[in-house]
Design a protein around this ligand. Structure first.
Ligand SMILES: [Zn+2]
Length: 392
């Protein structure tokens, strides 16, 4: 695709001075083209095609006379002289072939661009190609959010953390996202800017740590990375603090809910009359493939829940009146059922699911109680000897 990143990449590959590094080259390119002074991460992201020029810059280059003249002078006086003369013809041909194979360019436009090339008017061809590339978006839309990005997109509620704009593209046939995850304290700032930022918040030890990353719409991200200001930096810190607080509050709330559900199931366990049905396959259909089977994360969560609930359940049980004898029986019933199912079903996960579903059925509880039920089942199955202790 003919985009700014393509032009930058090809120009860099064909640069005259091989000693130029990528950042230096892109910096000079953009400085000569439009007077920009991009920071390193932004320049690198432009060439990678994950950032775009700011709207102001595009407007300047594409719509003002000063901008158009500057672009023309840039091609003539800077770009062409900075391409290796021996590969200059290759360079033009590469750009022409990108245009030929770019299905997103309308035929008329395509022919217009290629006409100058075919006529041997290379300078005009290069200028037109660059202006066209700048008019296009330099970033691709995403139809599926990569796993690594999810927490940032979701904590921001799929909205830009600065301007609040939705990160879902409007009117797209498929759901498409457009966002950027930026570093709040950007890495590779100039040293003066770095010390300026450090007066507001300490430089992070790890720039890629989740606490230093936040999700923005691409417009805000382009602007912030091109020119990170203290004002925006402060806003991003506040927003991230807000997200973290919200997350802590909601996990505390989830924990409290779960406590309540575990307590409720425990207090109602005595309502279960007969455990005989549990091992009776005619009564309950086997559900060997529960979602949870393929979910290692959830499995781990539950494991830690069970570990975390050990003392809580013990405490709750000791508060319930006749924990001694009655719960000892219930616990041993769970364990017997478990032992009975083991040779038949084999997979521990499946047995658990079967027992959990059975408890929910018996107590007529909705599926949202399954985590609480699981904690209790795991506790009973794994810690039966505990009841001997409690009853003493
Ligand atoms: Zn925004």
């Amino acid at each position: 695709m003919l985009r700014l990143s393509t032009i930058l990449e090809l120009s860099f590959q064909h640069r005259k001075f091989l000693t130029d590094d990528q950042y230096g080259f892109v910096y000079d390119f953009l400085h000569e083209l439009a007077g920009l002074e991009p920071e390193k991460p932004y320049a690198n992201n432009l060439i990678k095609g994950v950032r775009d020029l700011t709207r102001d810059t595009k407007d300047y280059i594409l719509t003002t006379d000063a901008g158009k003249n500057k672009a023309a002078a840039f091609v003539r006086n800077w770009l062409i002289p900075n391409i290796q003369p021996l590969t200059l013809a290759d360079y033009y041909e590469k750009i022409a072939s990108v245009i030929r194979s770019d299905g997103s360019i309308a035929d008329r436009t395509k022919n217009g661009l290629l006409k100058s090339y075919d006529d041997g008017k290379y300078e005009a061809f290069l200028l037109k190609s660059i202006l066209y590339a700048i008019s296009k978006e330099n970033v691709e839309n995403i139809t599926e959010i990569p796993t690594d990005d999810m927490e940032f997109v979701f904590e921001a509620d799929k909205k830009c953390s600065l301007c609040g704009k939705s990160l879902i593209l409007p009117k797209a046939k498929k759901t498409m996202y457009r966002y950027s995850i930026v570093e709040i304290f950007p890495e590779m700032l100039s040293s003066s800017k770095k010390s300026e930022f450090a007066t507001i918040s300490r430089e992070p030890a790890d720039y890629l740590h989740r606490s230093n990353r936040i999700c923005l719409c691409d417009v805000c991200a382009d602007e912030y990375e091109y020119n990170p200001t203290k004002e925006v930096f402060r806003k991003l810190i506040d927003k991230k603090d807000y997200y973290m607080e919200k997350e802590n509050a909601s996990s505390a709330l989830a924990k409290a809910k779960l406590d309540e559900e575990v307590g409720e199931i425990l207090s109602r366990l005595r309502e279960i009359k007969s455990f005989d049905e549990l091992a009776d396959f005619r009564k309950i259909p086997l559900e060997l493939k529960e979602k949870i089977d393929n979910n290692e994360t959830l499995r781990q969560t539950i494991k830690s829940d069970v570990e975390g609930y050990y003392n809580y359940i013990r405490h709750e049980l000791s508060l319930l009146d006749d924990c001694g004898s009655e719960f000892k029986i219930i616990a041993s019933q769970f364990q017997i059922s478990y032992e009975k199912l083991k040779p038949i079903i084999g997979d521990q996960e499946d047995i658990y699911n079967r027992i959990i579903n059975w408890v929910l059925d018996e107590l007529k509880l909705p599926p949202k109680y399954s985590t609480a039920a699981r904690i209790i089942v795991s506790f009973f199955v794994q810690n039966c000897e505990v009841f001997d202790e409690i009853s003493k």
